[in-house]
Design a protein around this ligand. Structure first.
Ligand SMILES: C[S@@+](CC[C@H](N)C(=O)[O-])C[C@H]1O[C@@H](n2cnc3c(N)ncnc32)[C@H](O)[C@@H]1O
Length: 408
């Protein structure tokens, strides 16, 4: 392995990356993909010159404003330190839930521009300065209430090779080290739901529970983004630990505030993807499939499709999830061949629960890399609130099931 890969496994890409495995396809298939890609590039160039193959679609105005899913709360007096901050999904959630931002760390240099533009007062360490493997967290001891982070998910996700601890990108031990050194009152560690499967039971026990159990009571919970109003199917596992026994006993996994069901039972309704994006009624709507990162797989991509099933759902929604455009204007000028609505970065932000003013100003695959890797901010908000409630710093969220429980 090249020296640089040992140092920066996460940012290494292409055929030199240690996790690279080429597509197992024949030369004929490879050539067919190449021709498709060339034809698509040529069609895009024609569209950008105004020579449309397919008539332009009107530019929709989204009906969902993700800020409404996470109303800004007053300061709760708690501070939060963010590791693996990426696009800032968890950071937004903690910020909106009333936490004071201590600092954000990420190895990608572009994270500094993004988070500092979004929140100029935040302290952001990015690139070499943000490499968590090089940080001594002890100076944060006694100065930070909550440590949170979503370490890279590729070692555990079905889109990756699921090599767990054998994958050089496994950074969960680094989050555990940060918690041991900084000794916050609570911590949150987020990852793909694949980490909660039988395959990783021993890993979870040995890597998260064992090293932390002398100081923290830890619960593993799974959350679905659509339960918090996000128009996307996106299940995630979270490990939430408390140093204080009473806080651990008080902690309850966030209850759904929204539902996609026919009967709402007092919950708010999660919009379908088409409704959220402001697209015309076609007699069918539903949740968007899980949006994948532009950095999934051996090559960068501008497609958000993560499986054959998800491709079918996008097709039913009449939404074209490949060749995502930089913005809505560019997307409307380059309609998909079949006339389906082409996604843009702005639309992917809505579907992931990012507010419209979050400044993802980067080439499309990089912006999609951050968006598809992120914690959906309303889900981050829900867990941030639940942690504050357990720490006695916030009132419980009033949901119908919580009200029923209090009354009984
Ligand atoms: C799953 S993403 C985190 C997403 C983020 N929690 C959010 O909500 O948007 C994982 C992040 O870990 C970062 N990362 C990987 N290795 C790292 C390291 N050694 N130090 C700091 N960050 C690292 C990646 O750059 C990536 O942004």
């Amino acid at each position: 392995m090249a020296e640089s890969l040992k140092e920066k496994p996460y940012t290494a890409r292409g055929t030199d990356a240690p996790w690279y495995s080429g597509w197992d396809i024949s030369d004929v298939e490879r050539e067919r993909f190449r021709q498709t890609s060339l034809a698509s590039g040529a069609a895009k160039a024609r569209a950008m010159r105004g020579e449309c193959d397919v008539p332009k679609l009107p530019i929709p105005t989204p009906r969902l404003d993700p800020y409404t899913l996470m109303p800004k709360l007053r300061s709760n007096g708690l501070s939060a330190l963010s590791l693996f901050s990426g696009g800032g999904g968890l950071d937004i959630g903690f910020d909106r839930a009333g936490y004071k931002h201590t600092a954000s760390y990420d190895i990608l240099p572009m994270v500094e521009g993004l988070l500092k533009t979004a929140r100029p007062r935040w302290k952001v360490f990015a690139g070499d300065a943000g490499d968590v493997t090089q940080i001594d967290w002890k100076p944060y001891r006694g100065k930070v209430d909550v440590v949170h982070g979503g370490p890279p998910c590729q070692p555990f996700s079905h889109g990756g090779s699921r090599r767990g601890a054998a994958d050089v990108r496994d950074m969960i031990p680094e989050l555990v080290r940060a918690v041991r050194e900084a000794r916050p009152r609570a911590f949150v560690c987020e990852n793909v739901s694949g980490l909660a499967t039988k395959k990783f039971e021993d890993y979870v026990q040995q890597t998260i529970f064992e090293p932390l159990k002398s100081r923290y009571r830890i619960q593993m919970i799974t959350l679905e983004a659509a339960d918090f109003g996000v128009p996307q199917r996106r299940k995630r596992v979270l490990f939430v630990g408390f140093a204080d026994k009473e806080a651990a006993d008080r902690f309850q996994a966030p209850r759904p505030t929204h539902t996609t069901g026919q009967t709402t039972d007092g919950l708010l309704r999660t919009m379908g993807a088409r409704e959220a994006l402001g697209l015309p009624d076609i007699g069918f709507d539903g949740l968007a499939p899980t949006i994948r990162s532009g950095w999934t797989g051996p090559r960068n991509t501008t497609s958000v499709v993560n499986s054959a099933t998800s491709a079918n759902t996008w097709a039913q929604l009449r939404i074209w999830p490949n060749g995502v455009a930089a913005n809505r204007v560019a997307a409307s000028a380059f309609v998909a061949k079949n006339g389906d609505f082409r996604l843009s970065i702005e639309d992917c932000m809505v579907l992931q629960g990012f507010p419209a003013d979050w400044p993802f100003e980067a080439p499309v695959y990089k912006a999609l890399g951050l968006i598809g890797n992120s914690v959906s901010p309303p889900m981050g908000y829900a867990v941030a609130r639940a942690v504050a409630v357990a720490l006695g710093k916030s009132k419980p969220i009033s949901t119908p099931s919580a009200k029923r429980e209090r009354a009984s």
